[in-house]
Write a protein that binds this ligand. Structure first.
Ligand SMILES: NC(=O)C1=CN([C@@H]2O[C@H](COP(=O)(O)OP(=O)(O)OC[C@H]3O[C@@H](n4cnc5c(N)ncnc54)[C@H](OP(=O)(O)O)[C@@H]3O)[C@@H](O)[C@H]2O)C=CC1
Ligand SMILES: CC(C)(CO)C(=O)C(=O)O
Length: 310
């Protein structure tokens, strides 16, 4: 299968390299120091599942350099979505379907502003992976799963082909018949995990053991569930408790990409995570005090580590 991966970081680097190693024609769009490193040595993915490599020749600097493909995977941070979406039309006109593996519940509405709705499939991924140094992606833990599907009732044979390509590449993957719900299910969990691990600056093991941070985790997720249900998403009313039980199964040291970004002094996806719950809650008339407090506490870190003047 011909696949383009826009953003060759933790997510795009891992899933794209696995697909490439299995013989799919994968082209990565990368930039900056990471691009310079992969153009020289290719991309190395270090994972508990093995070491995987994508060749230097599969990396290009611009979306416009990508030949026609069957599937485009979008794997840039959320603030870059709009810029990427605005450049995908020629690939879609040549037949590509687009799947965003990004977090958050609003990414596909950004894609749909630039692309015909049938070209945008919903998608979500479960993985913990980061750029360890330019040219090297590190996969932490065993989790590595893709869920995707078309919106509405229409089947698309291409989705089944992409599923086959994923499974043959050793990826855990499934097609969801209700992808909006699957995206929100991940969103609820991620908002809880990212809010608590980032505010407390500790992994899930610490958060779930302390009764007060455990309650915070549950309340943050319950607010996201309430907002999702009010928005018309088919989430169970007890879904926050279900996710709390899921959090109890995670490795003690697991944390969120937002916590990693805070630690590194990077920009945060906060405005689309707890901040996104607050904004949508405000629009829909749902109170979200716990998420608002998280968003307020972390606000000074949104664009990276704040400078202390004087
Ligand atoms: N990391 C994780 O474990 C998980 C992340 N996610 C989600 O996946 C998305 C991607 O996250 P992640 O992989 O961590 O991000 P990374 O920052 O690791 O990777 C994104 C890469 O894309 C590059 N990039 C951005 N815009 C462009 C562009 N226009 N052309 C070429 N390259 C570009 C970035 O460059 P630069 O550094 O210069 O900006 C960076 O190298 C996020 O929404 C995140 O929430 C979901 C599940 C798990
Ligand atoms: C929670 C996790 C690691 C699961 O994929 C994630 O999506 C993130 O932290 O961004």
């Amino acid at each position: 299968m011909r696949i383009a991966v826009v953003g060759a970081g933790g997510v795009g680097g891992y899933f794209g390299t696995r697909l490439a190693e299995a013989g799919n024609e994968v082209t990565f769009v990368a930039r900056g120091r990471h691009l310079r490193a992969v153009r020289e040595h290719g991309l190395l993915v270090r994972s508990p599942l093995g070491e995987f490599r994508a060749p230097a020749a599969s990396f290009v600097p611009r979306i416009g350099d990508v030949d026609p493909v069957d599937v485009v995977l979008v794997a840039v941070k959320l603030w870059d979505t709009e810029e990427v979406a605005a450049q995908l039309r020629p690939l879609v006109d040549a037949g590509a379907r687009v799947i965003s593996l990004q977090n958050g519940a609003h990414k596909d509405s950004v894609l749909r502003r630039y692309l015909p709705p049938e070209a945008v499939w919903g998608g979500v991924c479960y993985i913990s992976a980061v750029i360890e140094e330019p040219g090297v992606v590190s996969h932490r833990g065993q989790m590595q799963k893709l869920v995707f599907g078309t919106y509405g009732d229409q089947e698309d044979a291409g989705a089944r082909n992409f599923l086959d390509a994923c499974v043959k590449s050793g990826l855990q993957a499934e097609i969801s018949a209700d992808i909006a719900r699957a995206i929100w299910e991940k969103f609820v969990f991620l908002v809880g995990l990212s809010a608590t691990t980032t505010v407390v600056r500790q992994p899930i093991g610490v958060i779930r053991r302390d009764t007060r941070t455990r309650a915070l985790l549950r309340d943050v997720m319950a607010e996201a569930v309430a907002v999702g249900r009010t928005a018309g998403v088919n989430l169970d009313s007890g879904f926050a408790d279900d996710r709390l039980a899921f959090c109890d199964t995670l490795p003690e040291s697991m944390t969120s990409s937002m916590h990693h970004d805070l630690d590194q002094g990077n920009r945060l996806e906060l405005p689309w995570l707890s901040g996104g719950v607050v904004d949508l809650g405000r629009e829909l008339g749902v109170d979200t005090p716990r998420n608002r407090t998280v968003a307020d506490i972390l606000a000074p870190y949104t664009f990276g580590r704040p400078a202390v003047n004087g």
